[in-house]
Design a protein around this ligand. Structure first.
Ligand SMILES: [Zn+2]
Length: 76
């Protein structure tokens, strides 16, 4: 079995998500941004359309707490 710690690559990306008042939420996705296509599955298990966020999106979009705890669980 491959150790997860050396294999784990992820990145955060603001995506359209109505669960936030702002309309965008920062979710964590596996791999690198460049490895993903038009859609990506977040760590919290949802499929999102990926777009290039603006700088304001990075600042204003809240982080997904589920993704956060999933990452913590994976990293140990
Ligand atoms: Zn998430």
């Amino acid at each position: 079995m491959t150790p997860m710690s050396s294999q784990l690559r992820y990145h955060w990306l603001p995506v359209v998500d109505d669960s936030s008042d702002y309309g965008l939420v920062r979710h964590a996705f596996r791999g690198r941004r460049i490895d993903l296509g038009a859609n990506g599955e977040s760590f919290c298990g949802n499929l999102f359309a990926l777009a290039e966020p603006s700088e304001v999106d990075w600042i204003r979009a809240p982080s997904c707490q589920l993704c956060n705890s999933e990452l913590k669980a994976v990293k140990g």
